[in-house]
Design a protein around this ligand. Structure first.
Ligand SMILES: [Zn+2]
Length: 273
């Protein structure tokens, strides 16, 4: 349940697979409308697109860091396997020093909680300030369609469970060797976390991309899960361009492993590292 460790900067990084989400093809949208959407879906066999649900375990001189926390027990027995993977690796919840959250959706942050209490008894919880501000704003909750309201309850529960162990962060350095990159759109304050630099850098991108191949080829393709689909498309294009130029490797909440972006013939391609 999780790959071998790979090194980026001072970090050894291991992907922990929490489960597999079957995303309904009916949840896809395209910024260009129904024509380009139909062109894509015509090539999809079946009514769902399976995607991994991932979080990441980092080891360094600074201790043990998780990036995202999976679903925990919140989404039933098909999810929450990241906890078992950590146990198998001999890691106790109390061993985790900090958890960096990319955005406040359940499949990334509910693993922080068990029975409304903190699952990680000692960890500092690092959350992008902009995402926390959005998902704790009752006026925003009322303004967002019901299907996109999940983050508001997640934020309230995380706040109750962790209180002053939450540290809100903005763009730039968040902890030794880790830099926050704003990746808005999927949620207003979604963040990527960059470890290391240049060709030895890895950016963990949350849900800036859900589908590696399809969204690299066409960044205007997205899911209804994006709170602001136009900004999400802009972010995908900008991120892929920068990753291709800088040589960054990318990993995400739903990507199949660690990938590298390349620009070729006017489009992007993601290939396994
Ligand atoms: Zn997600």
């Amino acid at each position: 349940m999780g790959g071998v460790a790979q090194s980026f900067g001072p970090f050894s990084v291991r992907r922990l697979m929490d489960g597999v989400f079957e995303a309904p093809v009916a949840d896809l949208r395209h910024l260009g409308g129904s024509g380009p959407l139909a062109a894509f879906t015509a090539g999809v066999a079946g009514s769902t697109l399976p995607m991994d649900v991932n979080c990441f375990l980092l080891r360094s001189a600074e201790g043990l860091t998780l990036v995202d926390a999976g679903c925990g027990s919140a989404w039933g027995a098909r999810y929450g396997h990241a906890r078992a993977a950590m146990k198998e690796a001999g890691i106790d919840p109390g061993d985790i020093d900090r958890v960096l959250i990319t955005h406040l959706h359940g499949d990334h942050a509910l693993g922080l909680i068990e029975s409304e209490s903190a699952y990680f008894p000692r960890a500092e919880i690092v959350i992008p300030a902009r995402d926390f501000a959005f998902f704790t704003d009752e006026a925003q909750r009322a303004a967002v369609p019901a299907a996109r309201r999940g983050g508001f309850d997640v934020a309230a529960r995380v706040r109750r469970a962790y209180g002053d162990r939450i540290r809100l962060v903005g763009e730039g350095a968040v902890t030794e060797g880790i830099v926050l990159l704003p990746l808005p759109g999927h949620t207003p304050g979604q963040a990527g976390y960059r470890l290391g630099s240049g060709e030895n850098a890895l950016v963990i991108i949350g849900d800036a991309l859900h589908l590696a191949e399809a969204q690299a080829a066409d960044p205007d393709l997205g899911f209804i899960y994006d709170v602001d689909p136009v900004i999400a498309g802009d972010t995908r294009r900008r991120l892929l361009g920068e990753a291709a130029e800088q040589g960054w490797a990318l990993a995400g909440g739903h990507l199949p492993g660690i990938l590298r972006a390349r620009a070729t013939e006017g489009r992007f391609v993601l290939t396994a590292v």
